[in-house]
Design a protein around this ligand. Structure first.
Ligand code: PMP
Length: 417
């Protein structure tokens, strides 16, 4: 008898039957408020009628076009639609299936385009689990331990983690940029460094927004040294942070943009975008894959983009994110176990610490479990698993945010009482 491998970890015991909007229903008909959104994927809510309709229509027309064999309309239309939302000039793109694959593709592109080897990432980064991406992932030992040797050429610089350092955002940013300069002058010479890869909000590493001055400092150094600035917007893209792209909270613009998750409302689709002149430096045929740009996924992505625009989901993410952050702060004010509340838009989190400031994963795990028992699905993150994050679909209403906050306040009381 086949069994599901025990190596998989499941954050909640839910056996999901059906999803609708911000709710998941289990096989016993119980309703769960889903503030995980499939790890920041179902931005338009579960089974948005317009996404369902577009996908259903496409299934009956063409499922698999195979874009290195033939071209198809949903893919061409999606390229055109993405042209409306991509940063100026960062508009030559191709598709893959997952965030990790797109990260791998960006490494390949950066090495081809610059002729250099090294990729600099920032401490706490998560860029995926495939072997190249794992070399760039520093969000916790479970992603790296026991699988080496990893891809050579990855160098790690500090990410401005103000709360962990106990410094201000300005001090943390100054420190991180000074250490990056030191890295480029020592272990990873600028002349050997192809790219910086950065998340506008450190995601799996603990939901820490990159200070705008940090991203701008990376841009300035990238320009000075001929290094590419690759923004991994897999989790922060498509309105999640209250701007269309997470990097739009700063003045810095990427050379290469990596997207996945929210792109197709749950269909496996990812993309990387860069200026055409940069893409031309890659070797033709060096990238691609059997399933990239699947026609049904492209049709779903097109509908997703239309829903984001028509329902002002970016604006809603900013409004509801502010409401969520405000409520989380009020709850934290009554519970010193929550040492920090932070986030951008609908990417919010609370970090649990002991009275002497050490990571408190046990209390975070209890609060996470208590919330699930009360019908609110959440996820943890951070190197020590002591950060509880909230990533609802971007269609969430103020009332649903208040429902979640009500449950969270009881869950924290259960966990700390
Ligand atoms: N980059 C970031 C910023 C992510 O958050 C993730 C997934 N959590 C990935 C890359 C990897 O994406 P995937 O799981 O689709 O491979």
């Amino acid at each position: 008898m086949a069994t599901l491998s025990p190596l998989l970890k499941q954050a909640t015991p839910v056996l999901a039957e059906r999803g609708e909007g911000v709710y998941l229903y289990d096989t016993e008909g119980r309703r769960h408020l889903d503030f995980t959104a499939g790890i920041g994927v179902t931005n338009t809510g579960h089974c948005h009628p317009r996404v369902v309709e577009a996908a259903q229509r496409q299934v009956g027309t063409l499922i698999h076009g195979q874009y290195t064999t033939v071209m198809h309309r949903p893919l061409l239309r999606l390229v055109e639609a993405l042209g409306e939302v991509l940063p100026d000039g960062v508009d030559s793109l191709f598709f893959l299936n997952s965030g990790s694959e797109a990260v791998e593709a960006s490494i390949r592109l950066a090495r081809h385009a610059t002729g250099r080897q090294n990729i600099v990432v920032f401490h706490g980064s998560f860029h995926g689990r495939t072997m190249g991406a794992a070399a760039l992932t520093t969000a916790g030992t479970k992603f790296r331990a026991g699988i080496g040797p990893l891809m050579p050429g990855a160098a790690i610089a500090p990410f401005p983690q103000a709360y962990r350092y106990g410094w201000s955002e300005e001090e943390s940013t100054r420190f991180a940029l000074r250490e990056l300069d030191y890295l480029l002058a020592t272990a990873s010479p600028a002349s050997d460094t192809a790219a910086f890869v950065v998340e506008p909000v450190l995601g799996e590493g603990g939901y820490i927004p990159a200070p705008p001055a940090f991203l701008e400092g990376l841009r300035e150094r990238a320009d000075r040294h001929g290094i590419l600035l690759i923004m991994d917007e897999v989790q922060t893209g498509f309105g999640r942070t209250g701007r269309f792209w997470g990097h739009e909270h700063s003045a810095a613009r990427p050379d290469v943009l990596i997207t996945a998750k929210g792109l197709a409302s749950g269909f496996p689709l990812s993309a990387i975008a860069a200026p055409a002149a940069l893409m031309e430096k890659a070797r033709p045929g060096s990238q691609g894959g059997t399933y990239g740009g699947n026609a049904v996924a492209c049709a779903a992505a097109l509908a997703t983009l239309q829903v984001i625009a028509d329902e002002d989901l970016v604006g809603n993410a900013a409004r509801q994110g502010a409401r969520l952050n405000d409520g989380l702060r009020k709850i934290a004010a009554d519970h010193p176990e929550i040492g920090d509340v932070r986030g951008l838009g609908l990417m919010q989190a609370g970090e649990f610490s002991t009275p002497d400031g050490e990571p408190d994963a046990a209390t975070a795990a209890r609060a996470h479990k208590a919330a699930a028992e009360r019908g609110l699905l959440l996820l943890t993150c951070g190197a020590y698993g002591n950060v509880v994050r909230m990533i609802p679909p971007l269609i969430v209403t103020g009332e649903q945010v208040d429902d979640a906050l009500g449950i969270w306040s009881h869950a924290v009381a259960d966990a700390t009482g």
